[in-house]
Design a protein around this ligand. Structure first.
Ligand code: OAD
Length: 328
């Protein structure tokens, strides 16, 4: 983990925590992405090799985000449900980073969390519902539809369409409250903390730029993203986000409390899984789910391929008939 080098004017994690201690920073607004949950066992999207998009080549997608695009999902839902089966956060437990967010709330410093994640792990860590907006929706309460690993079909009034969970796909609108909350929270923020996101997907990717320039921004991520580093009061904490947030807690003098909040959150989740008699020990891997979806899609394409050949043959016969007539 590396942090920005100190210079007399440039803030560092130490000067930020000193401002928190003397009450100059009271209200921290947080933006998180998939990197926050990788240590809970959920792959992110865009990391080379380990990210989800790198693992979908067998599906021969027209572009990596296709399974999460509403128009693609409507005609080819298999990739989405294959990924959903493997990436569903059913038995994932909160990581230290999620616990750090709960710690901020316990200590009265948390303004609000904008989460791009659909795993609900901030809430599992103890963050209250009213303090977090899952901007891309949430998996919570979608278990039975997803765990079959097949495409659930809507049977209501003989509909027969594909069931779609309440997560926001590309091409769909964000929750109605997002724009107002963003404006309100950014105008009140004393600090913007950005964790584990590539800042590649709008409109969340624009949030750090919208923050008034006098308000400091802290990035905790493996790499520099967006326009971080372009402002005098940016602090870059590069490396693993659990390490970076542990360091943040240590500088706040809250390292031990963070470990307690984390362990309690993990125990709570374990008890919940046990209570619900939840055992997904035999869950298929992402690779297995992708291979099975690829096979199903090939079979489907095989049928249409056969259909195409039949039509080609039919057309060829017709053409031959026309040519023969002309020749008479
Ligand atoms: P990405 O996969 O695009 O970015 C994750 C970022 O976290 C990258 O910059 C990684 O380097 C970093 N990272 C990964 N693991 C980390 C770790 N343990 N510690 C520190 N950094 C780590 O994920 P998002 O930015 O969340 O949307 O993606 C945004 C949206 O794109 C998602 O919500 C999803 C996706 O397509 C939809 O599906 C609508």
């Amino acid at each position: 983990m590396s942090t920005t080098p100190s210079s007399p004017d440039k803030p560092t994690l130490s000067t930020i925590t000193a401002s928190i201690h003397r009450g100059a920073i009271k209200n921290i607004v947080v933006l998180v992405g998939a990197g926050l949950s990788t240590s809970s066992g959920l792959p992110d999207f865009r990391s080379p090799d380990t990210g989800l998009y790198a693992k979908l080549s067998a599906l021969a997608l027209p572009y990596p985000e296709a399974p999460f695009h509403i128009s693609y999902f409507n005609h080819t839902p298999e990739p989405f449900y294959a990924i959903a089966r493997a990436r569903h956060p059913m038995n994932a437990k909160p990581a230290v980073g999620h616990a750090f967010l709960a710690l901020l709330e316990r200590r009265g410093m948390l303004g609000y969390i904008f989460s791009q994640n659909v795993d609900g792990l901030e809430r599992d860590a103890g963050v209250s519902e009213e303090k977090v907006l899952n901007v891309h929706g949430s998996w919570k309460d979608q278990h039975c539809a997803i765990l079959s690993g097949t495409v659930p079909i809507c049977l209501k009034d003989g509909c027969g369409g594909n069931v779609k969970p309440d997560i926001v796909m590309f091409g769909e609108s964000l929750p109605g409250e997002f724009a107002g909350k963003e404006e309100e929270m950014l105008s009140q923020a004393d600090l913007l903390l950005v964790v584990g996101t590539s800042l590649k997907v709008a409109p969340l990717s624009e949030m750090p730029r919208k923050l008034p320039t006098h308000v400091p921004r802290v990035l905790v991520n493996r790499e520099i993203v967006g326009d971080f580093g372009s402002r005098e009061n940016d602090v870059l904490v590069l490396g693993d986000c659990d390490d970076g947030l542990r360091e943040f807690a240590r500088k706040l003098g809250l390292e031990e409390e963070l470990e307690i909040v984390w362990k309690d959150a993990v125990k709570r989740k374990e008890a919940e899984l046990e209570r619900d008699n939840w055992d997904d020990g035999n869950a298929p891997t992402l690779e297995e789910c992708v291979a099975s979806a690829a096979e199903k899609m090939n079979m489907r394409m095989g049928v249409s391929e056969g259909h195409r050949r039949m039509l080609q043959g039919h057309l060829a016969d017709k053409m031959a008939g026309i040519m023969a007539k002309r020749a008479q």
